[in-house]
Every structure is written in C-alpha cells, then in structure tokens.
Design a binder for this molecule. Structure first.
Ligand code: 2HG
Ligand code: ZN
Length: 462
C-alpha cells in the first residue's frame, strides 16, 4: 500500500477491505458518463455500518474527500472520483434485512441491486414498483440518492414516494435514523426527503426501509405509431381518460432505427415518425375493451396510424425492448445526454421549440428523442458524429444545453428530471433553481458537511 493515509485508514478501521489496483481504481472511479478520467485514492468496501462510520470519522479527521458509490449506472457524473477521493463502495452491503407484513415494508442494505429488491419483494407476494432499464446493475442506495424515476412513475411516482425510512451516516460518523418507517410524522423537518435526491452530498445512505404494494394484475403492452408529435397529448388524453396507465413512453423513428440495428425486431412493416409504448392491466375484459376504444378513437381522429398489442409476456418484453434498449443501442456513439422535464401540458410546445432550436444551431447533429412523456420527461441524446473530435463535440453540446436551459427557464422546466445534476449539469442548475434556493442548498450542505468533503463538486461548487 503506497499512500501512508491508507495505513492510517486501516488503523482507524481494522480489517477494512481496500482495493488499490489500477484496474479497480478505474472501475470504481467512474460511472456511465465516461467523460472524466478516474483517479481515486483507493476503494473502501465496508461490510458493516460501523465500518462506514469509522471511514467517515477518519476522512473528516484527515480531510480526505469521499465519493459514495453504488452501481455507478448514473448518467450525470454523480459517482465520479477524479480527484484523489476515497471511493466508499456499498457493494458488499447488499442484503435484505427485514420484511414486515403488517407495515408492508422491506428493509435493505443500500448496496442491494434494484432487481434483487424487486425479487425479494415478490417472494413476499408484493412489489417495489420503481423500475427502469438499469435494474440489474444499479443499487437501491443510488436510486434513493438520485430520487430515480423510470418507466412506471406515471402510475407509482418517483423513488421519493416509496421510502419509509433511511439510515444515514454523516461525515461526523454519526448514524442517524430518518423517519423510522412511520407513515405519519409531523415532528419537524423531514431529513429523509432531504437526503432523497441529495446525490451523495449530505450523508451516506446505508439502509433503507422501502414501502411495498400489491402486484398489479398481469399487464398488456401496446405499441402505437403516431404521424406527428402534435397529436401526442391527444393520444395520451384518450388513453389516460379510459385506462389506469402503468406506463406511457415515447420515442422517435431514429431511436427505433438504432434499437433495430442492435438486434430488436421491427414492430411494423412501415416506418412512422413517432411511437408510444403504453402498459395497462391485462386479463381484465373492461381494461382491454377500454384500450381498444381508445385506440379506435385515436385511429378515427388520425392521431394514430398503426398499433399492436402484446399477446404474451414474451411479446410484451419484445415491445418494451424497443423502448428500454435505446440507451444501450446508442451508447457506441458516445451520446451527450439531456434529461429534462416540463409540465405535461407544455410538452408539445417545448418539443417543437427545442427541436427547431437544435436543428438550426447544429443541423449536422443526429438527435435521438425519447422518454417518459406521460411525466413530461424527455431524454435528448445528441450522438457524436464520427468525424468530430471529443473535445469539439463536448463544446458544441454544452452550447446546446445552454440553449436548452434558456428554453427550460421560460417553460419553468427542470434541467434534470430524474438523472440528477452531478457534474454534468451543475453549470445549468440556475436555469431551474433560483439564486435564493441555491444559497439555501449551500447552507444545508455546510450544515451536514462543513469541510465539504462528501462528494465534493457534485450538484454545485461551494
Ligand atoms: C431511460 O429512460 C433512462 O431509458 C436513460 O433514463 C435515458 O439514456 C438516456 O438518456
Ligand atoms: Zn429515463
């Protein structure tokens, strides 16, 4: 072990598992953004809450910066360690701890993968309903730290709605229990909600008590082809009026092209400019009839040009793949990602304006549009042209984001709907949050972490 600080860490936390191999530093020092060169001091892999406390006490005493680390599937650089920080990986703390049938809660360690949480809930006949494509690799602690959204927000809300309690270790090494699984608790500030979405800047989440609910009946998935995006909201209204929607997702022909090139099966013989994937309860005659009525209504109005409904679970998975496979299918083009939201009602106007703006400023760009349109959340992926150098592409994309931030400010939208601010969007935070709000955020950060050692430089610079 080369750095003497690590000897003192092992004295403070005897038996702590540490990794310092260059390959490990590289692996744990980055997330899915791939923009920064990882350069952590070392990787600490505690196995207990007490070890997390000892690490943070040591870091505070030594003035060492710490980056909390889950599955590192984030898209905003929130888990990047590029400046000699100690990475605190929760990956060994990945077990379910307790299930309570009366409270309908599942208490888990923060390093548990979302998919493992889903499976454990199902073993008890219940579901944890937050879901998205990275389910196999992301960790529940990371989901909570970013208030992750995903494909079922329209039905169940964000991660925020599903957290009954948190155990958090502060930089002082203190363990705080937030809300303790209570449903009603009007005893002052709700630090649980403050920690949710704080992107690892206020404390390290070590355990979470998750709310569970009844599984929905089996679901049907319908893929719709749309002639234009102007009709998107009419289609949404037609379906939402008649059905309890579990998802309402959108993507363009460009997005589909990439997923097909990546091995998915074409859903229709013809190409259409826009597509929607929607999900609703199956095996319920009334829901199915309502879905058909909505579809026919849309066809009559010319809002929909074609459609297909899943006839089996396998076909439902195939249709979902067309939407969930987009991120992976475009990954090889090193896309610059924007994850924005506006009120649902403003979506068509916002889409028209931003499409025109980007098209005029950078006509050479291939832009892949998709997202959780039923929540007003759009993912805008700008693909890097092969001939453009990385640095030049980044400068151009930063300019695009600046333009986008201007439009968002006018629409009262958000520069990050569900991925977080991290490093990627901190320069644009003021398009969404006012100066007094940002000042309050900084004051809160100082109260939790006076030396600014926890995930420094993420969300804002102090
Ligand atoms: C999704 O909705 C994820 O698939 C990823 O939030 C979005 O890759 C993206 O831009
Ligand atoms: Zn998303």
């Amino acid at each position: 072990m080369t750095d003497p600080r690590l000897d003192s860490l092992l004295l403070a936390c005897p038996g702590l598992r540490l990794k310092t191999d260059p390959a490990d530093l590289e692996h744990y020092g980055r997330d899915w953004t791939r923009r920064w060169t990882p350069a952590p001091l070392a990787i600490a892999l505690p196995g207990t809450v007490e070890e997390v406390q000892a690490i943070l006490r040591w870091a505070t005493a030594q003035g060492v910066a710490v980056v909390p680390s889950g599955g590192r599937t984030g898209l905003s650089g929130g888990a990047v360690a590029a400046h000699g920080e100690l990475v605190l990986s929760l990956e060994r703390m990945n077990r379910p701890l307790a299930f309570d049938a009366v409270d309908r809660t599942l208490t888990v360690q923060a390093g548990m993968a979302l998919e493992a949480v889903h499976n454990t809930a199902l073993e008890h006949g219940l579901i944890y309903p937050v879901d998205f494509a990275a389910r196999g690799s992301c960790s529940i602690g990371g989901n909570i730290a970013t208030n992750a959204g995903g494909i079922r927000v329209i039905r169940y809300g964000n991660t925020r709605e599903w957290i009954a309690g948190l155990k958090v270790v502060t930089m002082a090494g203190e363990l705080v229990e937030l809300n303790k699984g209570l449903i009603k608790n009007s005893s002052g500030y709700d630090f649980r909600q403050l920690l949710i979405g704080s992107e690892g800047t206020l404390g390290v989440i070590v355990e979470a008590t998750l709310k569970l609910t009844d599984p929905p009946p089996a679901s049907n998935v319908m893929l719709l082809a749309l002639p234009s995006f102007e009709v998107l909201m009419q289609v949404f209204a037609a379906f939402r009026e008649r059905l309890q929607l579990q998802a309402f997702e959108f993507f363009t022909d460009r997005a589909l092209e990439h997923v097909l090139a990546h091995g998915a099966q074409a859903p229709f013989d013809e190409v259409h400019p826009y597509y929607v994937v929607t999900e609703f309860a199956a095996g319920d005659g009334a829901q199915e009839a309502a879905a058909m009525a909505a579809f026919e209504d849309c066809m009559e109005h010319g809002w929909v040009s074609d459609g297909v409904v899943s006839q089996s679970d396998a076909q439902a998975a195939q249709l979902w793949r067309l939407r969930e496979g987009i991120t992976e299918a475009v990954a090889r083009y090193k896309p610059y990602k924007n994850d924005v939201s506006v009120r649902i009602s403003a979506m068509p106007a916002f889409l028209a304006e931003t499409q025109a703006l980007i098209g005029q400023a950078y006509p050479q760009f291939e832009v892949v549009w998709f997202g959780h349109i039923g929540d007003g959340n759009l993912h805008i992926n700008v693909l890097k042209p092969d001939e453009t150098a990385d640095a030049e592409f980044l400068t151009q994309c930063e300019h695009v984001t600046k333009l986008l931030a201007g439009v968002l400010a006018r629409f009262d939208g958000s520069i990050s709907a569900e991925h977080g601010i991290g490093l990627v969007k901190k320069g644009y935070l003021d398009s969404t949050r006012s100066a007094p709000e940002i000042a309050l955020m900084k004051a809160v950060k100082r109260a939790f972490d006076p030396q600014a050692l926890l995930n420094p430089g993420k969300v804002f610079d102090l």
